[in-house]
Ligand binder design. Structure first.
Ligand SMILES: Nc1ncnc2c1ncn2[C@@H]1O[C@H](COP(=O)(O)OP(=O)(O)OP(=O)(O)O)[C@@H](O)[C@H]1O
Ligand SMILES: [Mg+2]
Length: 168
């Protein structure tokens, strides 16, 4: 389903899809990774504990060519990555945030988060609702909901032209 909207506060595009298993999440990640616009995007991931946010991020990072261990940034709040020069998006800077335990607004300035969100690159944000008022609006919001049969109901909302490009 694709819905076109116009008002400023509303998404430009809303798309509902289902991931029946983790392979479907991986296929979605692969498709996102192949989009040129992925390298200049802020993606927010919403959904309950265990919905599958980190799983999507891991598949996306692997699809983009991140080598080695992918840590969950729950305690560190952010894990940075830089793709190497031979990747499809050479030397792309990527930041994976998890704001679940974030509760110190001073950290926003001190840890340089403001600078990161002002930089080009790919920012992936779990628990954006816990970042307080600091986060800029996302290009793409991905909401994941675990269903009784273990499938994931996913709502994709594009708020910018870049986000809309990712959904085409
Ligand atoms: N599409 C999927 N199909 C089946 N299982 C999945 C899928 N996505 C994730 N899972 C499983 O769900 C579990 C939790 O996933 P994950 O850690 O990604 O959740 P999360 O949303 O990041 O949770 P948290 O809010 O705690 O960070 C994992 O064991 C993972 O293997
Ligand atoms: Mg997670």
């Amino acid at each position: 389903m694709i819905e076109l909207m116009t008002a400023d506060d509303h998404p430009l595009i809303v798309k509902n899809i289902v991931w029946h298993d983790e392979a479907a999440t991986a296929a979605f990640a692969q498709a996102l990774a192949s989009q040129p616009a992925i390298g200049r995007t802020l993606i927010e991931l919403q959904g309950d504990l265990g919905a599958g946010k980190t799983t999507l991020v891991r598949h996306l990072l692997v699809s983009l060519g991140v080598q080695g261990r992918i840590k969950s940034p729950t305690y560190a709040v952010v894990e940075p990555y830089t793709l190497d020069s031979s990747a499809a998006h050479p030397e792309l800077n990527i930041w994976h945030f998890d704001f679940y335990r974030f509760n110190d607004p001073r950290e926003w300035e001190e840890a340089g988060f403001r600078d990161i969100f002002a930089s080009p690159g790919l920012k992936l944000v779990e628990w954006p609702e816990k970042a307080g008022p600091h986060l800029p609006p996302p290009d793409l919001l991905i909401h994941i909901e675990l269903q009784a049969d273990e499938s994931r109901a996913v709502t994709l909302s594009a708020y910018t032209a870049t986000g809309a490009e990712l959904l085409t």
